[in-house]
Design a protein around this ligand. Sequence first.
Ligand code: NZQ
Ligand code: ZN
Length: 381
Amino acid sequence: MNNFIYHNPTRLAFGKGQISTLSELISGENNLMITFGGGSVKTNGVYDQVRNALSNHDYIEFWGIEPNPTVETLRKAVNTAKENSIDFLLAVGGGSVLDGTKLIAAGICYDGDPWEIVLNRNGGRSVPYGSVLTLPATGSEMNRNSVISRAETNEKFAFISSRYPDFSILDPMVTFSLPPYQIACGLTDTYVHVVEQYMTSTGQSRIMDRWAEGIMLTMLELAPLIRENHRDYDLMADFMLSATLALNDMIRMGISEDWTTHMIGHELTALHGITHGESLAMVLPGTLRTLKEQKRGKLLQYAERVFGITEGYEEERIEQAIEKTENFFRSLGLSTRISEAEIGIETIESIADRFNKKGVTYGENKNVTGDVARRILMECL
Ligand code: NZQ
Ligand code: ZN
């Protein structure tokens, strides 16, 4: 196991009615701006709950942070925040509102264009922020990551904020209004987060392996039940907590990681607007097939411990595990092939080209270049 420091200071307030505790979590002394997406919170009652909880606070509102938040929108938010001397932000929405708010929080402390913060990858100083999460998927509610798009150039990159959310409120009741497609994407995103921290080499940490396998098994058990009834409180509570645990640093202590599928998925979103979770469903099987030699031991462990596959030649067990993974995404109603979205060779070449030009090397062995990404995407056709 590698050395590591673990320090996650986000306070989780989980369960029914927790939104009403907002007034205790945010000081009345703060200059507060609340950020929102496109309006789902107005139809499902979350907006009213937030307003009631903060009835004795002064604040301004910023609306319109879109899915795959763009720097074009966030520049406006930073300007509004600066004009109003904002020193605390509250994000109310899904991962996009949260990620966008992380950039606003850093942008307030930065003199230049917020896109430079994204390109630097390192957020620098940031004002504090908290969240009311409405969509289980990204883990953004308890991590420092933020993924920002630039519409003008069809780019989508991640940067790391210097701050974790001070608090996040997770009330599973607010997920009842989610459309089934967003739930399918959230289940997939959660699952793939775990896979990308797990599927490297064996023998690094027993506890990290078991923790990751525990979340994957939980997702496989929950998903069909949630597909039947996503207004069951206990099911959605387990899903919401799994999504947070999948990407809050808990399952990556001291081990290597491979974010290849996410990096390629972000390109599919940037170039074709594919929803994040579905982009991962399209890419992960191809990543596993292409990199199966370097991941052989872990794929066999995954086959056995997650899917109970113990019979047959190694090659067959690995292929069965990848097929079961792909079938899981299909059972959620998602596409698992880029050709289903009419994406073909032209896009594959442009992604390979982008990676090669940037000179990036992803994966636990830093060997996923543009050329390897091309091979992966050919498997995804
Ligand atoms: O904008 P509104 O009107 O609120 O509607 C949203 C949006 O249209 C809707 N929605 C959210 N909660 C709802 C709801 N509709 C009904 N009821 C509710 N309770 O759902 C739509 C999608 O929302 P979005 O926030 O875009 O989804 P998600 O949470 O999946 O976030 C996706 C973004 O997060 C990034 C992705 O790349 C993408 O940009 N990620 C962030 C990560 C992180 N910060 O750690 C890691 C992830 O791997 C991911 O890359
Ligand atoms: Zn993700």
